[in-house]
Write a protein that binds this ligand. Structure first.
Ligand SMILES: [Zn+2]
Length: 300
């Protein structure tokens, strides 16, 4: 029997038929380890006045399952948010904000902001560094100048470093980071954030990697040979670029890192699509809500 790799649309709708089922689900994740009052730390509660909310027996603080999560102050109903999350996390390409806005009848800016918040939850926890064999390479990608939209002729190039793991000859997980330059001080960040110090690492001949060898002994430098040595890595780079251009047109340089995070959040769970939505929900519940101005400020 073929293993079920996707949470099917039908299974999703059976699990989340209405807003109540969504609130109930969030409550089950939020208080999985037991209830503690956010205000006074008391551990006993009774049912509050909002859907599946819990009211502290001591100080009477009534906490909704959505409070202190990315769903806080949502501009549309929770069921719609779940439907959008299904599309974002399970569709191979991840849906863009224009499509989401049309499909679910919300303003594009609203869909865009929601997507941005979801991307914050998709950022790597840095707890599971790449191991075994890891290939590291750099590439450039065009981004429009600030204030311009669509396919700009005066695009700037953003530099990106990518690390991809190989296990038994097959691509495993990967990460990418936007970098300001190609110095060892800049390039080492992806090693420190995402690569296990014991990994066997292949890079191109660029001298900055030589300087990183003191910390990452497994580095072996190979001449790029027009991409021949990093064939599988270049396929991934091409897929990533196609996704950015095809699904999101272009994105401003300030937001590029978040799209890279989103791409690899899905890529790293591509063989586990049945519970990708649950993993994302757990992160959403644990992530502090960001406002539009906070998101703009971070991208600037
Ligand atoms: Zn309390």
């Amino acid at each position: 029997m073929k293993l079920l790799k996707t949470l099917t649309r039908q299974a999703f709708h059976e699990r989340f038929p209405d807003a109540d089922s969504c609130y109930s689900y969030l409550a089950s994740i939020k208080w999985k380890q037991g209830y503690t009052c956010k205000r006074c730390g008391h551990s006993r509660w009774y049912a509050g006045s909002k859907p599946h909310s819990r009211r502290c027996l001591q100080c009477k603080y009534d906490e909704s399952p959505t409070a202190h999560t990315l769903f806080h102050k949502l501009k549309f109903n929770l069921h719609t948010a779940f439907l959008m999350l299904y599309e974002i996390s399970t569709s191979k390409k991840g849906s863009n904000s224009i499509w989401l806005a049309e499909r679910f009848g919300v303003q594009q800016k609203t869909a865009w902001l929601f997507r941005q918040k979801v991307q914050e939850a998709m950022e790597s926890s840095r707890q599971y560094p790449l191991s075994d064999h890891v290939h590291v390479d750099e590439f450039e990608i065009g981004t429009p100048q600030p204030g311009e939209y669509g396919r700009s002729k005066t695009e700037k190039k953003a530099r990106v470093v990518i690390a991809l793991e190989y296990r038994k000859g097959k691509p495993g997980r990967g990460y990418a980071q936007v970098i300001g330059d190609y110095s060892s001080g800049t390039l080492i960040k992806i090693f420190d954030d995402h690569i296990d110090p014991t990994a066997q690492i292949e890079t191109d001949g660029w001298s900055a990697y030589g300087a990183i060898k003191s910390w990452y002994k497994g580095i072996e430098q190979k001449l790029s040979n027009k991409g021949q040595n990093f064939n599988m890595l270049h396929i991934q780079i091409r897929n990533l670029k196609n996704w950015l251009r095809g699904v999101h047109s272009f994105c401003e340089a300030g937001y590029l890192q978040k799209y890279l995070n989103e791409y690899f959040f899905r890529f790293n769970r591509r063989n586990n699509r049945t519970n990708i939505l649950d993993r994302l929900m757990e992160r959403i519940v644990a992530t502090q809500p960001a406002t539009y101005s906070m998101i703009r400020a971070r991208a600037a």
